[in-house]
Design a protein. Sequence first.
Lengths: 269, 118
Amino acid sequence: MNLASSHGEAHDPHLAHHFPDAPTQFEAGKLGMWIFLATEILLFGGLFCAYAVYRANHPEIFMYAHQFLDKVLGGVNTAVLIISSLTMAWAVRAAQLGHQRALVRLLSATIALGFVFLGIKYVEYEHKWKEGLLPGTRYTPTAGESVSATAPAAPDPAPAAVPAGEASSIAHAARGPAGLAGEPADSQSPAAPAVPRNVQIFFGIYFTMTGLHGLHVIAGMITLMWILRRAVQGEFGPRYFTPVDLAGLYWHLVDLIWIYLFPLLYLIH
Amino acid sequence: MTTHAHDHPGHAAHVHVVPPPVLLAVWGALMILTVITVAATWVDLGAMNLVVALAIATLKAALVLLYFMHMRYDRPFHAIIFVASLAFVALFVIISLLDTAAYRPEMIPDYAPAMKGR
Protein backbone atom coordinates (compact mmCIF):
# COMPACT_ATOMS: atom_id res chain seq x y z
CA MET A 1 0.00 0.00 0.00
CA ASN A 2 2.72 2.43 0.94
CA LEU A 3 4.49 1.48 -2.27
CA ALA A 4 1.48 2.37 -4.36
CA SER A 5 1.08 5.73 -2.69
CA SER A 6 4.75 6.57 -2.94
CA HIS A 7 4.62 5.84 -6.65
CA GLY A 8 1.51 7.85 -7.17
CA GLU A 9 2.99 11.29 -7.19
CA ALA A 10 6.53 10.50 -8.42
CA HIS A 11 5.70 8.48 -11.52
CA ASP A 12 7.72 5.27 -11.47
CA PRO A 13 9.44 4.96 -14.86
CA HIS A 14 8.95 1.17 -14.79
CA LEU A 15 5.20 1.35 -14.16
CA ALA A 16 3.13 1.07 -17.31
CA HIS A 17 0.17 3.39 -17.49
CA HIS A 18 -2.44 0.65 -17.60
CA PHE A 19 -1.41 -0.70 -14.19
CA PRO A 20 -2.63 1.05 -11.05
CA ASP A 21 0.50 0.21 -9.07
CA ALA A 22 3.78 -1.70 -9.19
CA PRO A 23 2.60 -4.82 -7.31
CA THR A 24 -0.27 -5.28 -9.75
CA GLN A 25 2.15 -4.96 -12.64
CA PHE A 26 4.52 -7.45 -11.00
CA GLU A 27 1.75 -9.99 -10.47
CA ALA A 28 0.48 -9.59 -14.03
CA GLY A 29 3.99 -10.16 -15.37
CA LYS A 30 4.45 -13.25 -13.26
CA LEU A 31 1.09 -14.68 -14.25
CA GLY A 32 1.93 -14.15 -17.91
CA MET A 33 5.30 -15.84 -17.47
CA TRP A 34 3.78 -18.90 -15.80
CA ILE A 35 1.23 -19.22 -18.60
CA PHE A 36 4.09 -19.02 -21.09
CA LEU A 37 5.99 -21.70 -19.17
CA ALA A 38 2.88 -23.90 -19.32
CA THR A 39 2.86 -23.56 -23.13
CA GLU A 40 6.53 -24.53 -23.15
CA ILE A 41 5.66 -27.68 -21.21
CA LEU A 42 3.00 -28.46 -23.80
CA LEU A 43 5.51 -27.88 -26.61
CA PHE A 44 7.99 -30.33 -25.13
CA GLY A 45 5.11 -32.60 -24.14
CA GLY A 46 4.56 -33.50 -27.78
CA LEU A 47 8.18 -34.61 -28.06
CA PHE A 48 8.02 -36.58 -24.82
CA CYS A 49 4.91 -38.28 -26.21
CA ALA A 50 6.76 -39.26 -29.39
CA TYR A 51 9.56 -40.59 -27.21
CA ALA A 52 7.17 -42.61 -25.03
CA VAL A 53 5.29 -44.18 -27.93
CA TYR A 54 8.42 -45.06 -29.86
CA ARG A 55 10.16 -46.46 -26.81
CA ALA A 56 7.09 -48.52 -25.87
CA ASN A 57 7.06 -50.12 -29.30
CA HIS A 58 10.80 -50.38 -29.83
CA PRO A 59 12.62 -50.81 -26.52
CA GLU A 60 15.41 -52.71 -28.29
CA ILE A 61 16.32 -49.64 -30.34
CA PHE A 62 16.67 -47.50 -27.21
CA MET A 63 18.71 -50.19 -25.47
CA TYR A 64 21.03 -50.30 -28.43
CA ALA A 65 21.27 -46.67 -29.50
CA HIS A 66 21.68 -44.99 -26.11
CA GLN A 67 25.11 -46.63 -25.85
CA PHE A 68 26.34 -44.17 -28.43
CA LEU A 69 25.58 -41.24 -26.11
CA ASP A 70 28.36 -40.12 -23.79
CA LYS A 71 27.09 -40.52 -20.20
CA VAL A 72 30.01 -38.54 -18.79
CA LEU A 73 29.44 -35.52 -21.02
CA GLY A 74 25.70 -35.72 -20.39
CA GLY A 75 26.25 -35.93 -16.63
CA VAL A 76 28.69 -33.01 -16.64
CA ASN A 77 26.19 -30.96 -18.63
CA THR A 78 23.51 -31.81 -16.07
CA ALA A 79 25.77 -30.52 -13.31
CA VAL A 80 26.56 -27.39 -15.35
CA LEU A 81 22.87 -26.59 -15.75
CA ILE A 82 22.17 -27.23 -12.05
CA ILE A 83 25.02 -24.90 -11.05
CA SER A 84 23.68 -22.28 -13.47
CA SER A 85 20.27 -22.65 -11.84
CA LEU A 86 21.87 -21.90 -8.48
CA THR A 87 23.63 -18.79 -9.80
CA MET A 88 20.38 -17.69 -11.45
CA ALA A 89 18.32 -18.16 -8.29
CA TRP A 90 20.99 -16.28 -6.36
CA ALA A 91 20.96 -13.50 -8.97
CA VAL A 92 17.23 -13.04 -8.35
CA ARG A 93 17.97 -12.80 -4.64
CA ALA A 94 20.72 -10.23 -5.31
CA ALA A 95 18.30 -8.17 -7.42
CA GLN A 96 15.63 -8.34 -4.72
CA LEU A 97 18.12 -7.11 -2.12
CA GLY A 98 19.72 -4.53 -4.38
CA HIS A 99 23.17 -6.15 -4.29
CA GLN A 100 24.30 -4.60 -7.52
CA ARG A 101 27.75 -6.16 -7.93
CA ALA A 102 26.58 -9.62 -6.93
CA LEU A 103 23.73 -9.39 -9.43
CA VAL A 104 26.08 -8.55 -12.30
CA ARG A 105 28.51 -11.29 -11.32
CA LEU A 106 25.85 -13.96 -10.88
CA LEU A 107 24.16 -13.12 -14.18
CA SER A 108 27.56 -13.26 -15.90
CA ALA A 109 28.26 -16.63 -14.29
CA THR A 110 24.89 -17.97 -15.44
CA ILE A 111 25.56 -16.87 -19.02
CA ALA A 112 29.08 -18.34 -18.89
CA LEU A 113 27.68 -21.67 -17.71
CA GLY A 114 25.25 -21.53 -20.61
CA PHE A 115 28.26 -21.27 -22.93
CA VAL A 116 29.87 -24.25 -21.19
CA PHE A 117 26.69 -26.28 -21.72
CA LEU A 118 26.56 -25.38 -25.41
CA GLY A 119 30.27 -26.14 -25.81
CA ILE A 120 29.86 -29.63 -24.38
CA LYS A 121 26.75 -30.12 -26.51
CA TYR A 122 28.80 -29.12 -29.56
CA VAL A 123 31.42 -31.75 -28.76
CA GLU A 124 28.69 -34.38 -28.47
CA TYR A 125 26.99 -33.35 -31.71
CA GLU A 126 30.31 -33.32 -33.53
CA HIS A 127 31.00 -36.92 -32.45
CA LYS A 128 27.58 -38.00 -33.68
CA TRP A 129 28.17 -36.21 -36.96
CA LYS A 130 31.55 -37.87 -37.51
CA GLU A 131 30.17 -41.29 -36.65
CA GLY A 132 27.19 -40.87 -38.94
CA LEU A 133 24.75 -41.20 -36.05
CA LEU A 134 22.20 -38.86 -37.58
CA PRO A 135 18.46 -38.99 -38.20
CA GLY A 136 16.74 -40.41 -41.24
CA THR A 137 18.68 -41.23 -44.38
CA ARG A 138 21.71 -39.44 -42.91
CA TYR A 139 22.15 -42.36 -40.55
CA THR A 140 25.35 -43.94 -41.85
CA PRO A 141 27.05 -45.41 -38.79
CA THR A 142 30.77 -45.97 -39.03
CA ALA A 143 30.60 -48.37 -36.13
CA GLY A 144 33.81 -50.05 -35.12
CA GLU A 145 36.82 -47.78 -35.35
CA SER A 146 35.68 -44.41 -34.01
CA VAL A 147 32.85 -45.53 -31.75
CA SER A 148 33.82 -45.94 -28.11
CA ALA A 149 34.45 -49.35 -26.67
CA THR A 150 31.09 -49.48 -24.91
CA ALA A 151 29.25 -49.47 -28.20
CA PRO A 152 28.90 -52.83 -29.86
CA ALA A 153 30.91 -53.13 -33.02
CA ALA A 154 29.47 -53.65 -36.46
CA PRO A 155 27.33 -56.75 -36.77
CA ASP A 156 29.37 -59.90 -37.04
CA PRO A 157 27.11 -62.13 -39.11
CA ALA A 158 28.30 -62.81 -42.63
CA PRO A 159 31.21 -60.42 -42.84
CA ALA A 160 32.63 -62.24 -45.84
CA ALA A 161 29.56 -62.05 -48.00
CA VAL A 162 29.14 -58.30 -47.60
CA PRO A 163 31.99 -56.19 -48.99
CA ALA A 164 32.12 -53.55 -46.24
CA GLY A 165 30.94 -53.81 -42.65
CA GLU A 166 28.79 -50.74 -43.07
CA ALA A 167 26.79 -52.14 -45.93
CA SER A 168 24.60 -54.39 -43.84
CA SER A 169 23.68 -51.84 -41.23
CA ILE A 170 22.91 -49.11 -43.75
CA ALA A 171 20.66 -51.36 -45.72
CA HIS A 172 18.76 -52.39 -42.64
CA ALA A 173 18.49 -48.91 -41.27
CA ALA A 174 17.47 -47.11 -44.41
CA ARG A 175 14.51 -49.35 -45.00
CA GLY A 176 11.28 -48.03 -43.56
CA PRO A 177 8.80 -50.05 -41.49
CA ALA A 178 8.17 -53.23 -43.39
CA GLY A 179 4.45 -52.58 -43.41
CA LEU A 180 4.05 -53.37 -47.06
CA ALA A 181 5.44 -56.85 -46.55
CA GLY A 182 7.61 -56.53 -49.60
CA GLU A 183 10.65 -58.50 -48.48
CA PRO A 184 9.97 -60.19 -45.18
CA ALA A 185 12.22 -63.12 -45.92
CA ASP A 186 15.61 -61.56 -45.40
CA SER A 187 14.56 -59.02 -42.78
CA GLN A 188 13.37 -61.84 -40.56
CA SER A 189 16.69 -63.56 -40.71
CA PRO A 190 18.03 -64.48 -37.26
CA ALA A 191 21.06 -62.26 -37.78
CA ALA A 192 18.97 -59.09 -37.47
CA PRO A 193 18.82 -58.71 -33.63
CA ALA A 194 22.52 -57.79 -33.37
CA VAL A 195 21.76 -54.28 -34.58
CA PRO A 196 18.07 -53.40 -34.41
CA ARG A 197 16.43 -51.83 -37.38
CA ASN A 198 15.40 -48.18 -37.64
CA VAL A 199 17.99 -46.96 -35.16
CA GLN A 200 17.98 -43.67 -37.04
CA ILE A 201 14.63 -42.81 -35.47
CA PHE A 202 16.26 -42.79 -32.03
CA PHE A 203 18.70 -40.22 -33.29
CA GLY A 204 15.81 -38.28 -34.82
CA ILE A 205 14.22 -38.14 -31.36
CA TYR A 206 17.57 -37.39 -29.71
CA PHE A 207 18.44 -34.50 -32.01
CA THR A 208 14.94 -33.03 -31.97
CA MET A 209 14.63 -33.07 -28.19
CA THR A 210 18.16 -31.94 -27.35
CA GLY A 211 18.16 -29.54 -30.29
CA LEU A 212 14.96 -27.81 -29.21
CA HIS A 213 16.32 -27.74 -25.68
CA GLY A 214 19.57 -26.24 -26.99
CA LEU A 215 17.61 -23.51 -28.79
CA HIS A 216 15.94 -22.75 -25.46
CA VAL A 217 19.35 -22.48 -23.80
CA ILE A 218 20.42 -20.02 -26.50
CA ALA A 219 17.20 -18.04 -26.10
CA GLY A 220 17.69 -17.98 -22.34
CA MET A 221 21.27 -16.75 -22.74
CA ILE A 222 20.20 -13.96 -25.10
CA THR A 223 17.54 -12.93 -22.59
CA LEU A 224 20.06 -13.01 -19.75
CA MET A 225 22.55 -10.91 -21.75
CA TRP A 226 19.83 -8.31 -22.18
CA ILE A 227 19.06 -8.50 -18.45
CA LEU A 228 22.77 -8.25 -17.66
CA ARG A 229 23.10 -5.10 -19.76
CA ARG A 230 20.23 -3.52 -17.87
CA ALA A 231 21.66 -4.71 -14.56
CA VAL A 232 25.00 -3.08 -15.37
CA GLN A 233 23.12 0.15 -15.97
CA GLY A 234 21.75 -0.18 -12.46
CA GLU A 235 18.15 -0.64 -13.46
CA PHE A 236 17.26 -3.33 -10.94
CA GLY A 237 16.83 -3.21 -7.20
CA PRO A 238 14.35 -3.96 -4.45
CA ARG A 239 11.74 -1.75 -6.08
CA TYR A 240 12.00 -3.26 -9.54
CA PHE A 241 13.41 -6.70 -10.29
CA THR A 242 10.60 -8.23 -12.36
CA PRO A 243 12.70 -8.86 -15.51
CA VAL A 244 15.39 -10.68 -13.50
CA ASP A 245 12.74 -12.78 -11.80
CA LEU A 246 10.96 -13.71 -15.06
CA ALA A 247 14.17 -14.45 -16.97
CA GLY A 248 15.14 -16.64 -14.02
CA LEU A 249 11.89 -18.58 -14.28
CA TYR A 250 12.61 -19.25 -17.95
CA TRP A 251 16.17 -20.35 -17.22
CA HIS A 252 14.98 -22.74 -14.51
CA LEU A 253 12.43 -24.24 -16.90
CA VAL A 254 15.21 -25.01 -19.36
CA ASP A 255 17.05 -26.76 -16.52
CA LEU A 256 13.85 -28.58 -15.60
CA ILE A 257 13.47 -30.05 -19.08
CA TRP A 258 17.08 -31.21 -19.14
CA ILE A 259 16.51 -32.93 -15.79
CA TYR A 260 14.14 -35.26 -17.68
CA LEU A 261 16.08 -35.45 -20.94
CA PHE A 262 19.27 -36.67 -19.26
CA PRO A 263 17.93 -39.92 -17.76
CA LEU A 264 15.51 -40.57 -20.62
CA LEU A 265 18.12 -40.32 -23.37
CA TYR A 266 21.49 -41.08 -21.74
CA LEU A 267 20.67 -43.41 -18.86
CA ILE A 268 18.51 -46.08 -20.45
CA HIS A 269 18.89 -49.37 -18.68
CA MET B 1 10.75 -10.88 3.94
CA THR B 2 14.08 -9.99 5.40
CA THR B 3 14.72 -6.58 4.05
CA HIS B 4 13.00 -3.58 2.78
CA ALA B 5 10.12 -1.70 4.21
CA HIS B 6 7.87 -2.08 1.24
CA ASP B 7 7.73 -5.85 1.01
CA HIS B 8 6.26 -6.77 4.33
CA PRO B 9 3.62 -9.50 4.51
CA GLY B 10 0.18 -8.58 3.39
CA HIS B 11 1.55 -6.52 0.60
CA ALA B 12 -0.10 -7.15 -2.76
CA ALA B 13 3.10 -8.46 -4.33
CA HIS B 14 4.26 -11.82 -3.03
CA VAL B 15 7.94 -11.11 -2.69
CA HIS B 16 10.06 -13.67 -0.96
CA VAL B 17 13.83 -13.56 -0.78
CA VAL B 18 15.20 -17.09 -0.56
CA PRO B 19 18.00 -17.28 2.03
CA PRO B 20 21.42 -18.59 0.89
CA PRO B 21 21.35 -21.73 3.08
CA VAL B 22 18.14 -22.83 1.35
CA LEU B 23 19.59 -22.12 -2.10
CA LEU B 24 22.74 -24.08 -1.30
CA ALA B 25 20.83 -26.96 0.28
CA VAL B 26 18.58 -27.29 -2.78
CA TRP B 27 21.62 -27.15 -5.07
CA GLY B 28 23.40 -29.82 -3.02
CA ALA B 29 20.33 -32.05 -3.10
CA LEU B 30 20.09 -31.64 -6.89
CA MET B 31 23.73 -32.62 -7.34
CA ILE B 32 23.41 -35.64 -5.03
CA LEU B 33 20.24 -36.77 -6.82
CA THR B 34 22.06 -36.47 -10.15
CA VAL B 35 24.78 -38.81 -8.85
CA ILE B 36 22.12 -41.20 -7.54
CA THR B 37 20.29 -41.29 -10.86
CA VAL B 38 23.54 -42.19 -12.66
CA ALA B 39 24.41 -44.80 -10.01
CA ALA B 40 20.92 -46.32 -10.29
CA THR B 41 21.71 -47.44 -13.85
CA TRP B 42 24.47 -49.70 -12.52
CA VAL B 43 21.84 -51.75 -10.68
CA ASP B 44 19.56 -53.96 -12.71
CA LEU B 45 16.02 -53.38 -11.51
CA GLY B 46 14.33 -54.50 -14.69
CA ALA B 47 11.40 -52.30 -15.61
CA MET B 48 11.83 -50.45 -12.31
CA ASN B 49 14.94 -48.69 -13.62
CA LEU B 50 12.77 -46.38 -15.69
CA VAL B 51 10.42 -45.76 -12.76
CA VAL B 52 13.34 -44.93 -10.46
CA ALA B 53 14.90 -42.60 -13.03
CA LEU B 54 11.62 -40.74 -13.55
CA ALA B 55 10.93 -40.57 -9.81
CA ILE B 56 14.35 -39.02 -9.14
CA ALA B 57 13.88 -36.59 -12.05
CA THR B 58 10.48 -35.59 -10.69
CA LEU B 59 11.95 -35.03 -7.22
CA LYS B 60 14.65 -32.82 -8.75
CA ALA B 61 12.06 -30.94 -10.79
CA ALA B 62 9.98 -30.39 -7.67
CA LEU B 63 12.99 -28.94 -5.82
CA VAL B 64 13.73 -26.55 -8.71
CA LEU B 65 10.07 -25.51 -8.92
CA LEU B 66 9.49 -25.07 -5.19
CA TYR B 67 12.67 -23.21 -4.26
CA PHE B 68 14.52 -21.88 -7.31
CA MET B 69 11.27 -20.89 -9.01
CA HIS B 70 9.72 -19.71 -5.73
CA MET B 71 6.59 -21.81 -6.21
CA ARG B 72 6.48 -22.59 -2.51
CA TYR B 73 6.23 -18.90 -1.65
CA ASP B 74 4.31 -17.87 -4.74
CA ARG B 75 0.61 -17.54 -5.42
CA PRO B 76 -1.02 -20.99 -5.61
CA PHE B 77 -2.64 -19.99 -8.88
CA HIS B 78 0.75 -20.06 -10.64
CA ALA B 79 1.29 -23.59 -9.40
CA ILE B 80 -2.19 -24.56 -10.61
CA ILE B 81 -1.39 -23.29 -14.11
CA PHE B 82 1.88 -25.16 -14.23
CA VAL B 83 0.62 -28.42 -12.75
CA ALA B 84 -2.36 -28.28 -15.11
CA SER B 85 0.01 -28.20 -18.08
CA LEU B 86 1.83 -31.23 -16.66
CA ALA B 87 -1.50 -33.00 -16.16
CA PHE B 88 -2.46 -32.40 -19.78
CA VAL B 89 0.90 -33.69 -21.00
CA ALA B 90 0.39 -36.78 -18.83
CA LEU B 91 -3.07 -37.24 -20.31
CA PHE B 92 -1.65 -36.87 -23.82
CA VAL B 93 1.15 -39.38 -23.24
CA ILE B 94 -1.00 -41.94 -21.39
CA ILE B 95 -3.78 -41.95 -23.99
CA SER B 96 -1.24 -42.18 -26.80
CA LEU B 97 0.40 -45.14 -25.06
CA LEU B 98 -2.98 -46.81 -24.52
CA ASP B 99 -3.69 -46.30 -28.19
CA THR B 100 -0.41 -47.73 -29.42
CA ALA B 101 -0.76 -50.68 -27.04
CA ALA B 102 -4.16 -51.45 -28.55
CA TYR B 103 -2.52 -52.41 -31.83
CA ARG B 104 -0.47 -55.49 -32.48
CA PRO B 105 2.74 -54.28 -34.09
CA GLU B 106 4.06 -57.83 -34.13
CA MET B 107 1.63 -58.48 -36.99
CA ILE B 108 4.00 -56.48 -39.16
CA PRO B 109 6.97 -58.76 -39.81
CA ASP B 110 10.02 -57.66 -37.86
CA TYR B 111 8.51 -54.28 -37.04
CA ALA B 112 8.57 -54.39 -33.25
CA PRO B 113 10.32 -57.62 -32.31
CA ALA B 114 10.38 -56.84 -28.59
CA MET B 115 6.60 -56.59 -28.54
CA LYS B 116 6.19 -60.27 -29.33
CA GLY B 117 4.60 -62.35 -26.64
CA ARG B 118 2.91 -59.48 -24.85
